[in-house]
Design a protein around this ligand. Sequence first.
Ligand code: BES
Ligand code: ZN
Length: 550
Amino acid sequence: MADPHSYANPEESRVRHLDLDLTVDFTQKKLKGSVTLALDPAGRELVLDTRDLVIQKVNGSTEGYSVGPADPILGSPLRIVLQKGVRSVVIEYETSPEATGLQWLTPAQTAGKRSPFLYSQSQAIHARSWVPLQDTPGVRFTFSARIQAPAHLTPLMAAARVWRDRFHMPQPVPSYLLALAVGELEFRALGPRTGVWAEPPLVEKAAREFADVERMVEAAERLYGPYLWGRYDVLVLPPSFPFGGMENPRLTFATPTILAGDKSLVSLVAHELAHSWSGNLVTNANWNDIWLNEGFTVYFESRIQEAIYGRKRSEMELSLEVDALVEEMRGLKPEDTRLVVDLQGRDPDDGLTLVPYVKGALMLRWIEEKHGRAALDAFLNAYFARFAFQSVTTKQFLDEFSRHFPGVDLSAWLDGPGLPEGAPRVRFDFESRPRREWTTQEWLHWLRVAPESWTAAKMKEADAAWGFTDSGNAEIAAQWLKMAIRAGYAPAERRLETFLVEVGRRKFVKPLYEELAKTEEGKEKARAIYRKARPGYHPITQGTVDGVLR
Ligand code: BES
Ligand code: ZN
């Protein structure tokens, strides 16, 4: 099945292995070097995806190559005519400083304030902006890499670290999981095969926050089979990272905004870890099927949370997600509330909602409720084993599903809008416990259901009692700041500005600009803050906020 977001021709010529040799140039904000692509099969032509790359030379082809016109979403195809018998090509190239898959940070944007920082974010279709390759989740390859960086900085890749600057990935991975980071980084072991990398000022805090990660891996293995990737480490990125987390194999990338000090936001690590099965092992064949990655992962995440922190915590967390889904679906077109979407002609970054995540998870939960946990787990184990290291479509999922659950009809979930009749209710009695014992999730629920009519005076009272404006918990702070904008609560204005200038996580930043943009005065304020904040945002966040304030 063809991927609408790639020019690649894997049926004719397929990349099986990459060998990267790159130098990191912080002054020019460029990666420079070469990639060797091993092919099997190797046909008459090889078509690769690129975006804003400068291609300097292609060896292994005597008949030449051409770079096609740039499509705003897809980039440019690189067509290489292969000489008969040639099974590998070497491409010498450089990236552009505007590469959408890279963010180059100044020392001021880091925790240490001393050294620059570089990181990649390849999902969904940004790997092509830093490596010419077949940028589709339908193609997997192994790779090796040498990354030359300034001596005081540590290069890391989502791969086995063979030597300081050398990496190897023996398991075949799709391009969206290709990942690189370079910065002043320190490591702390968490367990025999788990650890955390972070900038020196954050590394101790991170190690405390993630102290349960080894146990999470063990719990996940008990649920759905052995962890097949060797090590599991977490890399804490600077606060401009546009996502909460990214499941890069062996090395989850994470926002520092989950370092709350009390482990209250570590479900994000459970989520990215769960992708080691749902996503990295069994991968959506294209981005229309992303629910196969994210829906399975949210369900699995909640099972890990239940195993480590108990059912109460996992139910609280899932119920907050379900509330957020219901809220978001109110504003979506019915066709965008189906699990299987049609993203042809659209940027997959823009099509991303909570639907594949939470509706997907609820579908698995519905199967659990109807047929029992044992039957669902048996299916999931079989599904992960059968499709390990492959890419699957919804149809292939359905084939396997119907062998385990003959006659069970999923079409209302997959193709119907909204939540089907009989969808599970995840209920939690949020307000039953005394307030001084409340956890982050209870506070979040309370703030989210607070009446929109809260005045500045009411906000002041709540702030005096509970200190929300100065909360060190980014989830609580973001929710509070949104309410502060709505209520015109002036004492939160400074925090709002510093939060928006420092944090680039799209999930936080987007709703705050949207709330500001609801009034003319707010829009002015938003534009003034954004002028300061924009240069520090990742291209993905810039694109999102540009859209809000246009
Ligand atoms: N794989 C996603 C992030 C992603 C999805 C990046 C699509 C680009 C395109 C990651 O696993 C994820 O879902 N992150 C969430 C956190 C999670 C706990 C819901 C995020 O970043 O908010
Ligand atoms: Zn995910």
